[in-house]
Structure formats: C-alpha cells, structure tokens
Write a protein that binds this ligand. Structure first.
Ligand code: DGL
Length: 265
C-alpha cells in the first residue's frame, strides 16, 4: 500500500529540472521531494534516445527503491526518449513527463509566428513532430536547437559573456522571423529569463511548462488519493557527477541550500 507521505522523485540530466522542482514545491509544499541530477551524463540533448532511455530506467529504479509514489521527468529531452518506455515498465506508477508549450503558444500568438528553443534531441523527435501536427497547424513555428547552452547553465554562471553571446545567436533569428511568442522547450532555459528579458522586446511572450507540470502532478496524485498532508521532509538531492558542484550552485538555482549525495553512475 502506497503512503500519501511517500516522496516524489524528480529527475533531469542536470540542474534544469530544479526550475520544475521549484514550481512543484510552490504548488505542493506538503510533498517530500527527491531530486536526481544526472550531471555525469549531461547534456542529454546531443545523446541517442537509447542512451537516455537506459539512464532514465536506472534513475526510475532508484526512485522505486526509495519508495517514491510518483516520478516527474523534469526534462523535455528525457520525456521524448523515455516516457513511453517507463510507462510500459511501470504501468501503475504515476509518471509525469513534459513537452514544449506548443499548444498555449499557438493560442497566444498574435503575429502567427512562434519560436521554440530546445535541445536537438527534442526538436528531432517524432513526439515533437506530432505535437506540431496536433496543435500548430495554423501558425508558423520556427525551431532553434541550442547546443552548448545547457553546459554553460550547468556551471551556474548565468551572466557570463560567452553565455550571453551564445544565447543572443539563438534568439535573434527567432525575432528576425517575427516571433512574438518564444517557448522555452528545455527545463534549463527558464534560468535564462533575466538574460532573455534584456534581449527580446517587451511584447514578446516567453513561456515554459514548469507550472503546468506541477499541476499535472497534483492531478495525478489527487486522482489516486495520494496528495501528501505534510509536513514535508527537506528535499533530498543526488548528482551523478561531483556532488560538491551541485551543492555549490543549489542556493542560486533553487533559492535554498541542500545537501547533495553521490548517485552511483
Ligand atoms: N533539461 C533538459 C530538457 O528539458 C535537457 C538538457 C540536456 O541535457 O541537453 O530538455
């Protein structure tokens, strides 16, 4: 019998999922959260779907050992590669994946041109193509893969000249194409909102799906009578790279310190 007080496991290739973890904690403060950053294998965006599936199986197995009542794939790239596989493996386990916010963007755009910043893996996937077919047939979608961005965000230095320059090179073509809505299709990118605000005109909306993922988790847990009543235990963190690196940047990306343990490769 699964307890309401059991934790929720949240994973990403690295620090990106912390943007989702923050939304979950805001919406569901009674939930105890486990976070695995697969920093020893980042970036997922340039790896094969098969490789990512193996990583996700490994991490899902770990969450199950920890007694997690649900899992959140706080990573668009991991979702396109692995969510179907995990659902098949664990059909009764609530699993939340995420996808770029194409539907809300298509509804919001007034220029009729929407931009998507995401990883190569996400943009090349059949799942993303299906998303466009389903929700974006009436708008023009300009996609922009962003190699190199995730690695720079992983350092925690969110204002470096090299990051600024790389981001500018990815954003400007979207603005030149007339986008008035830009989708952040990778969970690392919400950390770039302050920089993006300097680069895009005010009328351009920037959207991500972190809050929607938290709401979906709430729905799945509520439907099974598994919403925690609290009090929550402190969030627990693991990294498959040097734990000290994640520990050092947690206060910056998660607004509070936490202790990080080593996650076996
Ligand atoms: N944060 C991930 C995403 O949402 C992937 C980043 C990466 O490892 O390439 O797509």
């Amino acid at each position: 019998m699964v307890e309401r007080s059991a934790p929720v496991g949240v994973m990403d290739s690295g620090v990106g999922g912390l943007s989702v973890l923050g939304e979950i904690q805001r919406l569901l403060p009674a939930e105890s959260l486990l976070y695995v950053a697969d920093c020893g294998h980042v970036p997922y965006g340039e790896k094969s779907a098969d490789y990512i599936r193996q990583r996700c199986r490994h991490i899902a197995g770990f969450f199950r050992e920890q007694g997690a009542k649900a899992m959140v794939l706080a990573c668009n790239t991991a979702t396109v590669a692995a969510v179907a596989d995990l659902r098949e493996l664990y059909p009764d386990w609530p699993l939340v994946g995420m996808e770029p916010a194409v539907k809300p963007a298509a509804a919001a755009t007034r220029s009729g041109v929407v931009g998507v910043l995401a990883t190569t893996g996400t943009l090349q996937s059949a799942k993303f193509a299906a998303l466009l077919d389903r929700f974006a047939s009436d708008v023009q979608v300009v996609t922009q893969p962003c190699p190199g961005l995730v690695e720079l965000i992983e350092t925690g230095d969110l204002g470096s000249p090299v990051l600024r320059q790389l981001l500018f090179g990815y954003v400007q073509p979207l603005l030149d194409a007339g986008c008035d809505t830009v989708i952040l299709g990778c969970t690392h990118y919400p950390f770039l909102r302050p920089l993006l605000a300097e680069m895009v005109p005010q009328h351009v909306a920037i959207i991500d799906t972190g809050a929607a993922v938290a709401r979906q988790l709430e729905r799945l847990l509520a439907a099974r009578g598994l919403l925690a009543e609290g009090p929550a235990r402190e969030a627990a963190f693991w990294s498959s790279a040097e734990p000290a690196s994640l520990q050092a940047i947690l206060p910056l990306l998660f607004n509070r310190p936490g202790s990080v343990q080593a996650f076996a490769l």
